[in-house]
Design a protein around this ligand. Sequence first.
Ligand SMILES: [Zn+2]
Length: 288
Amino acid sequence: MKHVGIDVGGTKCFGVLVDDSGDVLREVRYPTPHASELINLLEAMFRELEGETTLGVGVPGLITADGVIKASPNMKGAHNIAVGPELRERLGIAVHVENDATSAAFGEWKAGAAMGAHDAVMVTLGTGIGGGIVMGGQLQRGANGFAGEIGHMIIERDGVECPCGRRGCWERYASGSAIEWLSGGIEGKSVFERFHAGDAHATHVVNTFAGWIAEGLASLTNICDPEVIVIGGGVIESFAAKIELLREKFSAALYSSEMRPHPRLAPASLGERAGAIGAALLVADSPR
Ligand SMILES: [Zn+2]
């Protein structure tokens, strides 16, 4: 069967047509419209991709089980948009709407770097930190579908302020936006360039940054005991060959490090397609 998945991002909507194993057959992209036009665009994209019976949509924000967007921080006017119910009515197919980080995690699990794993944690280090947790061969959604918000795990009490309203969240220390803060105002990309060129200050910043990432990964390992941790997002691409540094810090941050098997740290393999592929494959896995 052919499934359509669409990842609704802050600036673009990226759609794919995939087969049952997640191989991409076609893809399209459009600028993200005002929220009032979103349902029309999703319908048009589904028709353009010639999907058959299912549509999965990944959206940042709070989504109900029925597929209603309650709030989406990066989309103007996104409040109570009945994407799922409306598209089911218009298209007469199964439609599932999911948080975008959860969709991306599902994609990496079903068709990417965590394929075949029974227990896995997916971490996306972007502007913030998104994630997804698979335990016992099941994607964990929690009682309300909000599980896996690993970026807001408190890592330093009364620490740096977070847009979520709290302080000391992991994503303030270990996401792309943290590098500028850690470096005293130097842009993240430039810090990594200087680091790769051997600059002493940049090396210190990147070491500190890798340490913060490792602290969070160690806590997640203590909670979930995964066999693999998949790390994606723009930040990890900047690390390039230096993922060894992250492994070192992670190993040092684990308790009884020498007494236990360590989870594999694997770079994500689906890139920007992870969310759309995951959304497409999620439909087969969801009740609606
Ligand atoms: Zn937070």
